[in-house]
Design a protein around this ligand. Structure first.
Ligand SMILES: [Ca+2]
Ligand SMILES: [Ca+2]
Length: 195
């Protein structure tokens, strides 16, 4: 495969990505050129190192976790399709999507899918529960070194106590949703992409 061929995006592929992710044609082609500029190996996929060159991720305390979310389990490369599927979680919900037919399949950028994405940033072992330990790890990444382990521990305990309604000492996805019921997740988890 020549590298020239991999720099072109076929029309059919754009249409498929449009359907799957809700991005517009021009957003897809712009994000594709961003993708290819990050693709230093010029093999049509991104590695973790490629992602680390994105400044917004490099400075984000959860950057490594977010990067991880782009990779299917056990893989260390992501293609453009997979890249777009993950990015779609951050696509703002447009007004005309809010009143959508409820029987249609849930779009990737719906509130529930945004929350699920956030939940998985915590749930490192993917057992569908956030344990005290997993919560502590994320808290530590977010607050830096100014807070003692003891204080962090009590924040984690309190958070779990408040969220945990079935008493298993961990936070399930449903419990997570309830905690964030009043939080404007749509706003917080949206990135304004280029138009
Ligand atoms: Ca877990
Ligand atoms: Ca629980």
């Amino acid at each position: 495969m020549g590298s020239r061929a991999s720099t072109l995006l076929r029309e059919e592929e754009i249409e498929e990505i449009k359907k799957e992710t809700g991005f517009s044609h021009s957003q897809i082609t712009r994000l594709y050129s961003r993708f290819t500029s990050l693709d230093k190996g010029e093999n049509g996929t991104l590695s973790r190192e490629d992602f680390q060159r994105i400044p917004e991720l490099a400075i984000n305390p959860l950057g490594d976790r977010i990067i991880n979310a782009f990779f299917p389990e056990g893989e260390d490369q992501v293609n453009f399709r997979g890249f777009m599927r993950t990015l779609a979680h951050f696509r703002p919900i447009e007004d005309n999507e809010k009143s959508k037919n409820p029987t249609a399949s849930e779009p990737l950028n719906s509130r529930t899918n945004k929350l699920l994405f956030a939940f998985r940033l915590y749930d490192l072992d993917r057992d569908d529960k956030i344990s005290r330990d997993e919560l502590l790890q994320v808290l530590r990444m977010m607050v830096g070194v100014n807070i003692s382990d003891e204080q962090l521990g009590s924040i984690a305990d309190r958070t779990i106590q408040e969220a945990d309604t079935n008493g298993d000492n961990s936070i399930s996805f449903n419990e997570f949703i309830k905690v964030l019921e009043k939080v404007d997740v749509e706003q917080k988890m949206s990135i304004r992409f280029l138009h």
